[in-house]
Ligand binder design. Sequence first.
Ligand code: PHE
Length: 455
Amino acid sequence: MVERETWATRVGFLVAAIGSAVGLGNLWQFPFKTAENGGAAFVAFYLIAVVLIGFPAMLAEFVVGRRTNVNAVDAFRELGHRNWRLVGGLAVATGFWILSYYNVVGGWVLRYILGSATGAYFDDPGAYFGAVSAGPEAILAQALFLGIAVAIVALGIENGIEKATKVMVPSIVVIMVVLAGWAATLGGAGEGYAYFLSPSLDAMVENAGTAIPFAVGQAFFTLSLGMAIMITYSSYVGEDDNLPFDGGVIVVTNTLVGILAGLVVFPILFANNVDLALTGGGGASALFVAVAAGFAELPLGRWLGVVFFVVVLIAALSSAISLMEVTVSWAVDNFDVSRPTLAVAVGLGLFVLGLPSAWDTAWLTWFDNLAYSLFLPVSVLAVVVFVGWVIGSDAVDELRRGTGGLGPFGPLWLWTLRLVVVVGVFATLLLGIFELFLQDDPTGIPPLVAGAIFP
Ligand code: PHE
């Protein structure tokens, strides 16, 4: 058997994981949900959700991956619990499912880079979005995006994902900082910042019914949990990395990029008096319709549009490759076939599963809602219960490796996992099921948790 790959450097793992976490969720969910739900007050709440739920859950995935150094399905068998392979299987399947339509969205971004360069959407971004988001052209764009992701994953961990993300992640941060600096000079900057961040406890309380489940759901979506990504990436950690430290860096960077995104988009919207209803409160329309409308009005709007959508592309691509690696890693571990061949095969499977979503956004919404409200929380919950209650203190030992001692943080982590995370995720799951199946409830209670693409 060929020796299993590892990251070439410690930073390689860190950067790849940040690339996975920083994605569309940071760019089109976080800023708009923050603005809607009480600005800085919501950010504070979101941070609590990340610290109490997202971060401990991420460490749980790290422990499973690094302990076993094998793909997310077989990791559970390696840990001595064969039947829990089902949980790994669920996480891998959830990831495959999500990636099938994430690729379609990646295709839209490619179209918007082109559309910015030619000014094609400047007259009517809404109509342009409608035209490019579904049908044969969307299928073609999906195939193109998928092709790029397959090419990177085919090259492997060290030569593909690590090399690519080492360029991609710093580029995202640098370009976003430059864009934020430029946006600060726009006429509407002050108003934009106020709309984004001015704290409003009233808005927070008023929207608590939707804001709280959103904050919790976002805490694990934005950290790429529940899709076996962090299990897979940490399974290539060869040396004794300090996992809590790495996790902390990932969480902080991920949050900062979300805030940076807000500092870029709101000045653009306010400088050009874009109708805020076009944002749809976050999600695809926020970028493809509302922010796009802002570029149409700006001097040099074409260039700015290209630069902006290139950042969106890099963010989406570095997330897509992490998710593709989940299935490819499982295939590489289980079949005696070369990685490039397996990457192409996985790519073809994803392409076919993505066809309905590329054909009609109604399908994409269906796929997304099911994943976001059901598969993801079930999968996060299962992994957390496994690590917290089945593995228990052995998990703390694994977490301790490479840290030089955890002190009280070890048991604190375990009990947070066992109680806070389990309860928080379970509650989110119930709300999600409620939303999925009782949407037309005659009581008229509004949906509580929606998808990631069209929230
Ligand atoms: N963390 C990603 C985001 O915020 C979520 C994701 C990862 C989605 C990988 C798809 C693939 O967008």
